[in-house]
Design a protein around this ligand. Structure first.
Ligand code: ADP
Ligand code: MG
Length: 477
């Protein structure tokens, strides 16, 4: 895509906070709702003489994510010290992985405006998070609860060319880590943080321009806007004959612009070296195979299966696989109802609408997948009409009761007895003599629908519509 004769080059680094119960190098808890500095042991506080011990779960989560991203898993990786001073990082260094990261060389495919885009994952490495500083007037408060929470930093190649691609990439990563249940994907709480690297070059040029890093962007909409802004800012600068400075910038969502934070360090400034307190990390083939065997089916594969094996349209399959919890709900419903498309329809329309308006997660739906599946089966076997099912559904939503119970309590069973329906038809026709006349003489067209509606109404929606049609047709011949 051209921006005033320039092409943008974008690479993204996402820090994914792994949702392990304890920190990566000690047993402190990781809960977000803890009081200030409640989850801080001498290890998190960086006390001299403490020693890190690696958390196996964090390693597993790193490998799991790497495998889902098609990465090679390094059998022997190394934790290094990245040295820099920061008030909320009391050791004076961060334990990270440098030249030997645990995951390398993967890829991810996702859709941008309906078209597949594949982005190379150059690496994903494990590291510890820093604490948090809260600046307030003349002082700064330090909370070390977050210090030592495991992060997986996922780094792409410089493969994206538009702000929209970058935002969709971020959403795709979020979807995967949520599927894997290694991260809650909550950007507002900082569970995922995006650094966007952006450069521009004249269209046709094969050399990359100098990149600028926009750090810690906390929503995918902002990723898109920040990159949009940055592309224009850089093109303006180049057009004025200025050199782009390699620097770190921040996004200001109120002013809709990026601003300079600091000039960017080079790797050598960090004086990386292997952490002498930690042994090289060895993962066995058995461990990798074990994790691989437990990987859930990922969204793209699952959507494809919903299309191929369930015959769902691409749209349904994509929507239903947005979240693993939705896809699981759908599959359980479909298994019970044996009607794939109807299950999809009920979930995507009625259920989603109720969940949205009640602001509920599907996991907390008062209607279980089994109940919904049975309700759909009751439509298909003629016990209730599709129209009555809406009432049944509503009552199930309100009360959490089984469909059979609702139908029984409310007397909503479909009327399939021809004699009963005939009686209703006769009553309607007798009450509308003029209309019957107009219909028979052809004076008024389209009256048939009016009669059907009137009979359905008289039956409180419970008459079997096909029978109503059939009997009306006979009577009006
Ligand atoms: P650094 O050492 O500055 O962190 P890396 O080589 O690790 O740089 O790259 C960081 C991110 O920046 C990666 O996602 C990479 O794809 C991206 N990147 C590298 N060069 C460029 C460039 N010229 N323009 C845009 N993005 C780039
Ligand atoms: Mg980097």
């Amino acid at each position: 895509m051209s921006f005033r004769g320039y092409e943008a080059v974008i690479g993204i680094e996402i820090h994914v906070q792994l949702n392990t119960a304890s920190k990566i190098f000690c047993s402190d808890a990781t809960n977000f709702d803890a009081g200030d500095n409640e989850n801080v042991s001498p290890v998190s506080a960086g006390m001299p003489g403490t020693l890190p011990v690696v958390n196996k779960k964090a390693i597993e989560y790193g490998i799991k994510t790497g495998l889902a991203l098609g990465c090679e898993i390094r059998k022997k990786s190394v934790f290094s010290r990245k040295n820099y001073f920061y008030p909320d990082s009391p050791k004076g260094y961060q334990i990270s992985q440098y030249d030997l990261p645990i995951c390398e060389n993967g890829f991810i495919t996702f859709k941008v405006n309906g078209v597949d885009k594949t982005v190379h994952i150059s690496r994903a490495h494990l590291e510890e998070d820093a604490g948090k500083s809260t600046h307030s007037g003349e002082y700064t408060l330090i909370n070390l609860n977050r210090a030592g929470i495991p992060l997986l930093e996922i780094v792409t190649g410089p493969d994206m060319r538009t702000p929209a691609e970058a935002a969709e990439y971020g959403r795709a990563i979020r979807q995967i880590v949520r599927y894997l249940d290694v991260c809650d994907g909550n950007l507002e709480e900082g569970s995922m943080r995006c650094d966007c690297n952006v450069s521009v070059r004249k269209e046709g040029s094969t050399q990359f321009g100098t990149k600028v890093e926009i750090k810690n962007v906390n929503s995918f909409r902002f990723v898109e806007k920040a990159i949009e802004y940055e592309i224009e800012r850089q093109i303006d600068a180049v057009e004025r004959g200025e050199k782009i400075l390699q620097e770190t910038r921040l996004w200001d969502p109120d002013k809709n612009r990026t601003f300079a934070m600091r000039s960017k360090e080079d790797a050598q400034d960090y004086r990386y070296f292997p952490d002498p307190d930690l042994l090289p990390l060895i993962v066995t083939k058995e461990m990798i195979d074990e994790i691989k065997s437990k990987l859930p089916e990922l969204p793209i594969a699952r959507a494809k299966r919903f299309q191929d094996a369930h015959g769902l349209p691409e749209y349904d399959a994509t929507v239903l696989t947005t979240e693993k919890s939705w896809a699981d709900f759908y599959e359980e419903t479909a298994q019970e109802s044996k009607n794939f498309k109807a299950s999809s329809n009920w979930i995507m329309t009625e259920l989603m609408r109720e969940l949205n308006s009640a602001n509920k997660e599907i996991a907390h739906s008062p209607i279980t997948p089994k109940q919904l599946g049975r309700m759909i089966a009751l439509i298909d076997n003629g016990t209730i009409s599709g129209k009555i099912a809406k009432t049944v559904f509503q009552e199930m939503w309100n009360s959490g009761k089984d469909p059979e119970v609702v139908i029984k309590e409310k007397g909503l069973v479909q009327i399939t007895d021809p004699a009963t329906i005939e009686k209703l038809v006769d009553e309607v026709l007798a009450a509308n003599v003029q209309s019957v006349e107009d219909h028979k003489t052809g004076k008024k067209k389209n009256l048939f629908g009016f009669f059907v509606g009137a009979v359905m109404k008289a039956s409180k929606g419970q008459a079997n519509p096909e029978l109503v049609n059939k009997i009306l047709q006979e009577k009006l011949k």
